[in-house]
Design a protein around this ligand. Structure first.
Ligand SMILES: Nc1nc2c(ncn2[C@@H]2O[C@H](COP(=O)(O)OP(=O)(O)OP(=O)(O)O)[C@@H](O)[C@H]2O)c(=O)[nH]1
Ligand SMILES: [Mg+2]
Ligand SMILES: [Zn+2]
Length: 199
C-alpha cells in the first residue's frame, strides 16, 4: 500500500455490521480526509452501492466461490481507485470469521467487528480472527439488553486468544461509541503513538 495511506481490513461473520459501521464512519470523517473503500462479497454490488451513496469511491470485488479477499484482488481494485494520498482505505472483507484471518491484504490493521447477537464464545470458537486483529469493535450495543449480552465475558475470551487486542463498544444504529473509534483511527492515520504503545 502506498505511503501516507492508512488501510484497515474489516473482518467479521456475515451481518455483524461492517458496512453499516463504514457508512456511518465515512459520513462523519469524509470532510477530514480522503476515503475510499474496497468491498468483498461472494456476489452482488449491494455494499459498494451503500458506500457510494455516502459520496466516496468504492470498488466491489465478487469472489464467486471464494470466501475471502487476497492481496492481488485488493491490489487490482486499488489501482482502479482515484489517488488517496494521506487518506483512509477501508477494506471490507467477505463475511466469514475463519479464513480471512490468514490473508495479509497490505493493511495496517485488521479490525474484527463482533456483534452482541453472535454469542460471547465466538472468540474461543474462532480464535484465529481475534488473534489476527488489533481492534475488536463490539457492534449492536443498542441490542445488548435484549440479548443478555455479557460484555465482560466477551472481552475476557477475546483477550484469552489475544492479550493485546483493543476493544471498543459501538452501535452503528445509534452512533454510540463511534467518537472513540474515530480517535483510534486518527491516532494511526496521524502516526501518533498509540495508547497501547504508550502503556
Ligand atoms: N440494531 C442494530 N442493527 C445493526 C447495527 N449495525 C448493523 N445492524 C443491522 O445488521 C444487519 C447487517 O448489517 P450490515 O452492515 O449489512 O453487516 P455486514 O457485516 O456488512 O454484512 P455482510 O457484508 O453481509 O457480511 C443490517 O440489518 C443492519 O441494519 C447496530 O449497531 N444495531
Ligand atoms: Mg457488508
Ligand atoms: Zn476463504
Amino acid at each position: 500500500m502506498s505511503a501516507g495511506i492508512l488501510a484497515l481490513n474489516f473482518v467479521s461473520s456475515p451481518g455483524a455490521g461492517k458496512t453499516s459501521l463504514l457508512v456511518r464512519t465515512i459520513s462523519d470523517l469524509k470532510a477530514d480526509r480522503p476515503i475510499a473503500v474496497i468491498e468483498g462479497d461472494q456476489q452482488t454490488s449491494n455494499d459498494a452501492e451503500r458506500i457510494r451513496a455516502t459520496g466516496v469511491p468504492a470498488i466491489q470485488i465478487n469472489t464467486g466461490k471464494g470466501c475471502h479477499l487476497d492481496a492481488s484482488m485488493v491490489g487490482d481494485a486499488f489501482d482502479r481507485l482515484p489517488p488517496l494520498e494521506g487518506g483512509l482505505l477501508f477494506i471490507e472483507n467477505v463475511g466469514n470469521l475463519v479464513c480471512p484471518a490468514a490473508f495479509d491484504l497490505g493493511e495496517a490493521h485488521k479490525v474484527v467487528v463482533f456483534s452482541t447477537t453472535e454469542g460471547e464464545d465466538k472468540p474461543l470458537k474462532y480464535p484465529d480472527m481475534f488473534a489476527a486483529a488489533s481492534l475488536m469493535l463490539i457492534n449492536k450495543m443498542d441490542l445488548a439488553p435484549h440479548v443478555d449480552f455479557d460484555l465482560a465475558r466477551t472481552v475476557e475470551y477475546a483477550r484469552r486468544v489475544n492479550s493485546r487486542i483493543e476493544v471498543l463498544t459501538v452501535s452503528a444504529r445509534t452512533g454510540e461509541g463511534m467518537p472513540a473509534f474515530y480517535a483510534w483511527i486518527a491516532r494511526r492515520a496521524d502516526g501518533k503513538p498509540t495508547a497501547s504503545a504508550a502503556e
